[in-house]
Design a protein around this ligand. Structure first.
Ligand code: XMP
Length: 423
């Protein structure tokens, strides 16, 4: 039998590094045409990505994919809102005078719809005033993630030819009407959102769909070399591959059906398939599911990915379309799989074209700790990726594809985690 490796089964082999981590270029790709200065894509899930998250991530140089648990009209509305958002990250920030009254600042922030203000005194930068929903926090003389990100990485917003933010939308391969209308409304990329794309009916429907739309189409999810080869042989003009089966943090597909291809392995399979037909590096591979930290993202990239898709990493963020939940003195946000009972019920209620294709639930619902603005998580991913690729001896993603991963033994794996501390 073959062996399928997961992120924890491998480590990055340190390599001779030509540059300092802070100069590592982490520019990646979501599709053939969409370049990302931070190669992170937010998952199309109803607890992660609506227009606010998508606009913020695109401003930071990533990409958001609007989920499809809503009517076509609402999904179009979300797309239009992102397209009409100011592309600069600084639109998230207003300038505040050090003597300004709190109630006036609060009003100004609400009116401008921003969540942060840079407080300036005569001497210059004084601090940052942040709004988290109804709460405010003041960070005096503390450089916030956004400022750090902007000064260190200088992210370029992900924009189209007209200078407008780019955005993706999730679709079912059977919903050609939705795909056509989203494409007409100006969506940049349609991301196929099915658990098992490698199905004859699904592929033949996708083949028709792709011919009807102008937007690029990312195909997924897939986990095998054969799946990728069949998809590319059946459907023309695939702009990206979404790889990983059953690795998501909220996923129980592996448990319910015994089926899985861990994301790291799925990425390696896609790379193998693309190499075979001379398309490696031409069709971007998106590693989707199970990415917990920059180390996992870097392993996926070394395995051949051009970007990573994350749900859990962003689910606790202020910009996720979920309410905060307070239990005792802790604050959380809900996070659930799109094949969980709650998410499926919402889908059938909001989209009359959507029919249950299977009777089993394949996702769970839970809570994750509230994590402030998504800027924090994205900055952490960006700096961590630079560090990881620095260790790997790569100055950019293309070089990272030639870096090495090694399998680690169970005792090695134990050794590299914190151990033997009493307190
Ligand atoms: P993370 O680990 O980032 O994974 O939370 C997000 C990815 O998980 C997939 N997804 C699901 N997979 N059942 C599944 O088997 C589900 O209910 C489900 N919901 C999302 C999806 O690929 C997402 O990007």
């Amino acid at each position: 039998m073959e062996e399928f490796l997961g992120f924890d089964d491998v480590v990055i082999v340190p390599g001779r590094s030509p540059v300092e981590p802070s100069s590592v270029d982490i520019t990646g790709q979501a599709t053939r045409n969409i370049v990302l200065s931070i190669p992170v894509i937010s998952s199309p899930m109803d607890t992660v990505t609506e227009w606010r998250m998508a606009a913020l991530i695109a401003r930071l140089g990533g990409l958001g994919v609007i989920h499809r648990n809503m009517s076509i009209e609402s999904q179009i509305d979300n797309i239009v809102r992102v397209k009409n958002s100011v592309p600069s990250i600084w639109s998230e920030i207003i300038k505040i005078g050090v003597d300004e009254r709190f109630d006036i600042v609060e009003l100004r922030m609400r009116e401008a719809g921003v969540d942060a203000g840079i407080v300036m005194s005569k001497q210059g930068f004084h601090g940052i005033f942040i709004r988290y929903g109804a709460d405010y926090e003041y960070w005096a003389n503390k450089v916030d993630s956004l400022v750090k990100l902007a000064s260190l990485i200088k992210p370029m917003p992900t924009i189209d030819e007209d200078g407008r933010l780019r955005v993706g939308a999730a679709i079912s391969p059977f919903d050609i009407e939705r795909a056509k209308r989203l494409s007409k409304a100006g969506v940049d990329v349609l991301v196929v959102d099915v658990a098992h794309l490698h199905n004859v009916n699904v592929l033949s429907s996708l083949r028709k769909l792709v011919r009807e739309v102008e937007a690029e189409v990312v195909a997924g999810n897939l986990g095998t070399r054969e799946g990728v080869l069949d998809t590319l042989a059946t459907v023309e003009d695939i702009a990206g591959l979404r790889m990983g089966i059953a690795s998501g943090s909220i996923c129980i597909t592996g448990e319910v059906s015994g089926t899985a291809v861990p994301t790291l392995t799925a990425v390696m399979k896609a790379r193998e398939a693309l190499q075979e037909i001379g398309l490696q590096g031409k069709i971007p591979i998106i590693a989707d599911g199970g990415i917990r930290n920059p180390g996992d993202a870097a392993k996926a990239i070394i395995a051949g990915a051009s970007s990573v898709m994350v749900g859990r990493v962003l689910a606790g963020a202020e910009e996720a379309p979920t309410p905060k939940v307070t239990i005792g003195d802790r604050v959380y946000k809900p996070y659930r799989g799109m094949a969980s009972r709650g998410a499926m019920e919402r889908r059938y209620a909001s989209d009359r074209y959507s029919k249950p294709s299977k009777a089993v639930v394949e996702g769970v619902e839970g809570l994750v700790p509230y994590s402030g603005s998504a800027v924090n998580s994205i900055a952490h991913m960006a700096f961590g990726l630079q560090a990881a690729l620095g260790y790997a001896g790569a100055a950019n993603l293309r070089e990272a594809w030639n870096s090495k991963l090694a399998r680690i033994t169970p005792s090695g794996s134990k050794e590299i985690k914190p151990h033997d501390l009493v307190i």
